[in-house]
Design a protein around this ligand. Sequence first.
Ligand SMILES: *Cc1c(COP(=O)(O)O)cnc(C)c1O
Length: 363
Amino acid sequence: MSNSNSGVARLTVRLGAIAENYRICRSLAGRAVSGVVKANAYGLGAAEVTRTLLAERCETFFVARVDEGVALRPVAPAARIFVLDGARAESLPALIAHNLTPVLNSLDEIALWSRGACGRDAAVHIDTGMSRLGLPPAELAVLSAQAGQRLSGLNLALIVSHLACADDPASPMNATQLARFRAALAALPPAPASFASSGGILLGPDYAFDLVRPGIGLYGGNPHTGHPNAFKTAVRLTAPILQLRRVDKGECVGYGATFRVGRPTALATVALGYADGLMRALGNRGVGAIGGHKAPIAGRVSMDLVSLDVTDVPGDLATSDAEVEFLGDTVLLEDVAAAVGTANYEILTSIGARVPRIHEGAQ
Ligand SMILES: *Cc1c(COP(=O)(O)O)cnc(C)c1O
């Protein structure tokens, strides 16, 4: 682990760990594994992540927006790219021109695609309990009763549903949704099926069907909050120390003077702030780490800066050219999320655009 100060904050993305996490998904699921690379691969870099997964012989990718699919097409010219947002009249030309496969969310979308895309592939999303996207039960009933007619204008490439509580293996929602998905599959024409996100993969082979859809697990996040993490850490967020100072007992630190020094204190001012995705809610709660030693955040997080109390970090480590870790092997993604009452997903997708992504192991 390098401790040298690169002079700027950066997000190091370990492509080797992402490849390993992909292989973990494959061995857990025992089925085909897609890559969910929406939102710029959860902030890590969709192109680099996609190339890494292609090298693992991944053939299927999911994005949320049509524009994400358009941007991904040249990276993965031969892959299947599903667009979770579905199809609308405005997006048909781009979907067709870039050979993107919509995940259709309603009878109306099925009709639209059948009329506008003449026989092309589509997925159909069945809502089994999340009440977010997909055909609700009443539309599923119509589709299954009139499948011949309503599906004749497209090629049904995949039937999809999504778990609401995959992060909690104890939730009864998982079995409820599984039963509803099986019933839906039995009522529809035969087609490959996809049900499990990262958390669903960990629920066991019953949830795997033909194609699993991991996102967070590929990126090293723990899909099952509060359980041991099956996946390898894939990101490190680090920033340089700009200044070291000693302050006397009674002095205050940062905006609002919310941290009052109770002893002679060594402070490090670090070039990372909430504009970089270091949540402001981490003020007086979060930590940074120098050479594996945690140091508490002192006072509020500013837009561009944060102060750490490095009094208890060995002096030879807390130097002006040290690099501070805010996410990685010492400061765990899940601990940061818990400290501010959010999910690992939001921590990753909040990392600021001005933080350069450094892809380790890029080919
Ligand atoms: C985002 C998403 C996924 C990936 O979920 P993770 O929990 O990140 O593994 C899978 N399927 C759908 C429909 C999604 O929206």
